[in-house]
Design a protein around this ligand. Structure first.
Ligand SMILES: [Zn+2]
Length: 453
């Protein structure tokens, strides 16, 4: 560091009056904060982080390295820095871009419903035309027949399954998402094709149980789907229920409550041994189990949602479609401790858990919902540091991106500066002073002022 600075000064002197930039020009020095770097290790106090050209150039303790002259220096004593958050399960819409950033979410693993709009949004965010997080998108899902949603492809034969993967590779998808009606007979050729094209496959399972899918080679299980089928004594009822999406969801969500804890522990260990990752989306399970609670609509972060965006607030419409009655909600609530136990056992067995929110589904607000997810992971038994790792480095691992998810030399400069330390209280992740994305500093208040105009 020091030698390089001296060298460029020498070159300046030789050029005699030519416009020489100072060695620290364009460098941002973040000084004095406590650093939680995403590795899962303990917090480091008095950290010094140098950022240049959108990348992290150096991470040290204050006074360990020299801050180059001309650097923009930020005194962050008393603050805590964490990596930019990665939402491992989102359905990204254009309006959500600045909302994600204001809440510290700098990358999203996107399961958008339509390929064209997903890729357009990805391009606009990633190239900076619209302010938003980095997007990695599956495009529309691959489903069995009939497709659950219009944006997905329904496949009925192994050839069609392969073709659907090819079509996504050609369009430029970053990953593949398979949906509830995919059977094991369709999943195997689909995974074979995805392996050839080096595309990771994420699964919201229904007709295939979690162990079968994990052993066949899917990378992640979304919503802990298929676990009940893998654990239940008679999975056939669940598999049949998945002829209809909401019927399947209802049966499976209530089915957790019917499992005993020894079965859950055994299934969690068997799944962890396959190296599949789990994206639990506890915020989704928790929200759905309390969907009739009107107070959820008045939680403060609901104000992040634009007035004209009815979808997130449309609880009544969703309830009418789902047809859920009081006994369904009672079953869902009885399932929640079982789901938490599964998360705990899976983690204990060495399984990889990534935090995903499922925003912008009902009452799940882009950005804010990932903080709910981290808090619920802690409530399920993870430490705050583990929950932060799940929302940073583990998300990057799912995306197979080594340069994301950590505050370390050579990584991209996506990070969040917090006013309090979440190591003792996970709620501190919501108290954001500033967000850095692609090396650029953003203030949540300014973002809010801009989207309110
Ligand atoms: Zn989803």
């Amino acid at each position: 560091m020091h030698r390089r600075a001296a060298g460029s000064l020498l070159i300046c002197a030789l050029l005699l009056g030519a416009a020489c930039s100072k060695p620290g020009e364009g460098v941002i020095a973040l000084e004095g904060a406590t650093l939680i770097d995403g590795s899962g290790g303990p917090p480091v106090t008095d950290a010094l982080i140098l950022v240049r050209d959108g990348k992290i150039e150096a991470v040290a303790r204050v006074n360990e390295i020299e801050i180059p002259r001309g650097a923009e220096r930020l005194n962050l004593v008393g603050k805590t820095i964490i990596p930019g958050l990665i939402d491992a399960h989102g359905h990204v819409e254009r309006w959500a871009g600045p909302r994600y950033l204001a809440r510290g979410v700098t990358a999203v693993r996107d399961f958008a419903d339509h390929m064209d709009s997903a890729l357009a949004i990805r391009g606009d965010f990633n190239l900076g035309a619209v302010l938003g997080p980095r997007i990695f998108s599956s495009g529309g899902m691959i489903d069995g027949e009939p497709a659950t949603y219009s944006g997905g492809d329904a496949v009925a034969t192994p050839d069609e399954a392969r073709h659907a993967v090819d079509a996504r590779a050609v369009a430029g998808a970053d990953l593949i998402k398979v949906y509830t009606k995919i059977t094991p007979e369709l999943l195997r050729p689909l995974l074979d094709e995805a392996k050839t094209l080096r595309l990771p496959v994420a699964a919201h399972l229904g007709k295939t149980d979690a162990l079968t899918a994990a052993r066949a080679g899917i990378v992640s299980i979304e919503h802990m789907s298929g676990v009940v089928q893998a654990a239940a004594r008679s999975p056939a009822t669940y598999v049949r229920a998945h002829d209809m999406f909401l019927v399947g969801w209802t049966a499976e969500e209530g089915g957790w409550a019917l499992l005993d804890s020894a079965t859950i522990a055994r299934t969690a260990r068997a799944l962890a041994a396959t190296r599949v990752a789990i994206v639990p989306t506890l915020a989704l399970h928790e929200t759905l189990s309390h969907l009739t609670d009107a107070s959820l609509l008045s939680r403060p972060w609901m104000s992040d949602v634009p007035a004209d965006h009815a979808g997130i607030r449309d609880v009544a419409g969703f309830l009418a479609r789902a047809g859920w009655q009081l006994p369904d909600f009672i079953a869902f609530r009885r399932s929640r401790p079982r789901q938490d136990q599964f998360v705990r056992e899976f983690k204990r067995a060495g399984g990889l858990i990534a935090a995903g929110s499922d925003a912008a589904n009902q009452l799940l607000v882009p950005g804010a919902a990932l903080h709910e997810e981290m808090a619920l992971l802690v409530a399920a038994g993870l430490t705050p540091i583990d929950a932060i790792t799940a929302a940073t480095r583990h998300g990057a691992q799912l995306l197979r991106l080594d340069s994301l998810g950590m505050v370390a030399p050579g990584k991209v400069a996506d990070l969040v500066v917090l006013n309090a330390n979440p190591a003792s209280n996970i709620a501190a992740t919501r108290d954001i002073m500033l967000v850095m994305v692609r090396g650029r500093i953003l203030r949540p208040d300014s973002l809010r002022a801009a989207w309110k105009q």
